[in-house]
Design a protein around this ligand. Structure first.
Ligand code: PMP
Length: 358
């Protein structure tokens, strides 16, 4: 029986994708070999990466003029790659800080380029996403960087912003492919796949093609978007299995009805758990402010650290996995990514009610 998996990432994957991979693990597409054993330059693997790219384009309705890449180094490498490639001499970019990951993105960018903070909700513990009116843009930034979902504190841009005339660069690591996005508002979208979109190992980067000309020729080759794009993510050996699994996850998403359908499902799942928090007479308290509540990482507290420890121990005994909050903030966190089944959320709600009344 599958565990009730609420891990924050790597995280639960769709059962059907895992089963499909299992079925053809020893004989990929009649080759008599595993997908792990074939050349990344074979026709068979080229078909995988092409389908993964096509599915990403279809699911996200990516307009012409964008390239989809599968890179390595995690979202963490993108923190540096974005400013290294995009910010030329005399240019700068604005960062909106909504949690530890956006802080890290800013700190990495600061090392290599001119960047400034346009807004921060650090005060009060990153409980909310700023209102667009609070964002103080500099003069003519090349982009505005946002982190669409704050994995650790559990706050999310529920309505994605737009800054007329200024492209957004977004770290969507923890809500990629969980809802529709107007890609035309973005210069770059990047996301480690290991939460909603596949296993660890590959980072999806969606980049405006006219931005590829910005990559300085002096950058080390592996850090250049233009080189990665020119070689369709096959400049060097890519993480073949991660890309293959991601393709299967995206097939599953398509069969389910695409991003509108998964967004509705994600909303319904999160509502179940937020309702359990709100209807607990203060026994559980949600961390994020209601308007900024994440549909992906539901963070809450009990009366004290001790009570949280007891709750987590009992939850573990009852078969729930991954509910401890991030080591930097504690508390409880239920990550309810795309592949987390409704039944797991219902079971958690039942457990929360039973625990409170016991
Ligand atoms: N950004 C966000 C929002 C994240 O949640 C994470 C990982 N939890 C990262 C960046 C870092 O990603 P990676 O481990 O792929 O470098």
């Amino acid at each position: 029986m599958p565990a009730y998996n609420f891990n924050a990432g790597p995280a639960v994957l769709p059962r059907t994708a895992l089963e499909y991979a299992q079925r053809e693990f020893l004989d990929f597409q009649g080759t008599g070999m595993s997908v792990l054993e074939i050349s990344h330059r074979s026709k068979d693997f080229e078909a995988v990466i092409a389908e993964a790219e096509a599915l990403a384009k279809e699911l996200l309705a990516i307009p012409d003029g964008y390239k989809v890449l599968f890179l390595q180094g995690g979202a963490s490498l993108q923190f540096a790659m974005v400013p290294m490639n995009i910010l030329g001499p005399g240019e700068s970019a604005d960062y909106v800080l909504t949690g530890s990951w956006s802080e890290k993105a800013f700190q990495e960018a600061e090392k290599v380029a001119s960047v400034r903070v346009a807004a921060s909700t650090k005060e009060g513990g990153y409980k909310r996403i700023p209102d667009v009116s609070e964002i103080q843009l500099g003069s003519n930034p090349a982009y505005v960087h946002i982190t669409t979902n704050n994995t650790i504190y559990g706050a999310q841009w529920r309505a994605l912003p737009a800054f007329p005339g200024i492209p957004i660069v977004a770290d969507m690591s923890s809500d990629m492919l969980s809802r529709p996005v107007n890609v035309a508002d973005y210069g770059i979208i990047y996301a480690g796949l290991q939460k909603n979109a596949g296993p660890a190992g590959a980072t999806m980067v969606i980049i405006r093609e006219d931005w590829l000309a910005k990559s300085p020729k002096t950058l080390p080759t592996m850090l250049r978007y233009d080189v990665m794009a020119k070689n369709s993510s096959l400049y060097n050996t890519p993480p073949v299995f991660s890309i293959y699994m991601s393709m299967l996850v995206m097939r599953w998403l398509k069969e389910l009805g695409g991003l509108e359908a998964i967004a509705r499902r994600n909303e319904a799942k999160a509502k179940l758990i937020y309702d359990a928090i709100d209807n607990s007479d203060g026994f559980y308290t949600g961390h994020a402010e209601p308007g900024s509540r994440s549909l992906m990482n539901i963070t809450f507290n009990l009366g004290s650290e001790e009570q949280e420890k007891a709750f987590l121990a009992k939850a573990k005994d009852a078969g729930f996995v991954g509910l401890a909050g991030h080591r930097s903030v504690g508390g409880v966190r239920a990550s309810t990514y795309n592949a987390c089944p409704v039944e797991a959320c219902e079971a958690l709600v039942q457990f929360m009610q039973d625990y409170r009344c016991s």
